[in-house]
Design a protein around this ligand. Structure first.
Ligand code: ZN
Length: 309
């Protein structure tokens, strides 16, 4: 959906109360043939039809928000790549918008911006200004490509998140969502607790805040609970956890959480206060279909039997 106004995300949330977001990008591409070690963003140019196929599968499964294939699209991360960040992010946005237009459905496109991959001063080589400039360049290209809002996701450091928000704001008036990965259980890599994130970004003018990726579903539920308590309904809560922890028995990461288990988790997170629900690594279109069924039951005020999820 091409946005009519900068607040389309908020308007959709008001109308629908709860929105379904899509699932994983990287792990689904691997199931579709992405070679280990190759970056998912390469497919924007190498396999654009597969990028659109996954968008279509998520939309068919019931996703009302899809994410652009631009997680690793920071210019600071693409220094050695054959293409420029501006063209990659713009094209990733266009592919998502084309899929939405072809579906004929009302679906929002989130411009995904992942971490830069280098730490900020004094722990790493990056100055806050360099980080902000990198995010601004990425956000400008995603906005030019037509995204409805920007999503700084899998964040773990407050200062990098602040640089992403500042960079996005410098580049565009689109709404900004910020989401953290609590991959140390209920803390981020930098040791942040859910309430630290909420307090740290209080007043940042976000459209929504929350979690993605992370650790086990049980721990993600704890994070949702703590975030909801700290938020007190001031902002919509964004929840896109991994489909549990991967196992590496076959060499490649395998996620064993079933669509039904993911749907049960979704219902629990909605009761705890989540407003936008989807999945991260390991979340297939089948998982998203089960999440969408759980959301439909929740909207209808029903308690679905397990065999209906
Ligand atoms: Zn993930």
């Amino acid at each position: 959906m091409k946005s009519d106004s900068p607040s389309s995300l908020i308007e959709c949330l008001k109308a629908a109360r709860v929105l379904v977001a899509d699932g994983a990008t990287g792990t689904n591409y691997q199931l579709m043939g992405l070679e280990p070690g190759r970056r998912p963003e390469d497919w924007v140019f190498a396999q654009p039809h597969k990028v659109k196929t996954l968008h279509h599968r998520f939309i068919e499964a019931g996703a009302q928000i899809i994410l652009t294939n631009s997680f690793g699209g920071s210019p600071l991360r693409l220094k050695d790549s054959p293409y420029g960040a501006a063209e990659l992010n713009r094209r990733a946005a266009q592919l998502a918008l084309e899929a939405v237009a072809e579906s004929g459905k009302r679906v929002l496109v989130a411009g995904s911006m992942g971490p830069i991959g280098q730490l900020l001063h004094p722990l790493g080589p990056l100055s806050p200004e360099e980080a902000t400039n990198g995010f601004a360049e990425q956000a400008a290209a995603l906005a030019e490509g037509g995204v409805d809002f920007l999503l700084a996701e899998t964040m773990f450091d407050l200062r990098e998140a602040q640089a992403a928000i500042e960079g996005a704001r410098r580049a565009t008036a689109l709404p900004i969502v910020c989401s953290f990965s609590f991959d140390q259980g209920t803390r981020t890599l930098m040791g942040l607790r859910p309430r630290d994130v909420i307090q740290g970004l209080d007043g940042a003018g976000l459209a929504a805040i929350g979690l993605n990726c992370g650790h086990s579903l049980e721990e993600s539920a704890e994070v949702v609970k703590e975030m909801a308590q700290a938020l007190q309904g001031r902002l919509p809560l964004w929840c896109k956890p991994n489909a549990g922890l991967p196992s590496f028995e076959t060499g490649a990461a395998t996620y064993r959480v079933t669509p039904q288990q993911m749907a049960r988790w979704t219902l629990e997170s909605l009761r705890l206060g989540a407003r936008i629900v989807g999945g991260c690594c390991g979340t297939t279109p089948e998982h998203v279909a089960a999440i969408a069924r759980a959301v439909a039951s929740y909207r209808a005020g029903e308690m679905p039997a397990d065999d209906r999820l």
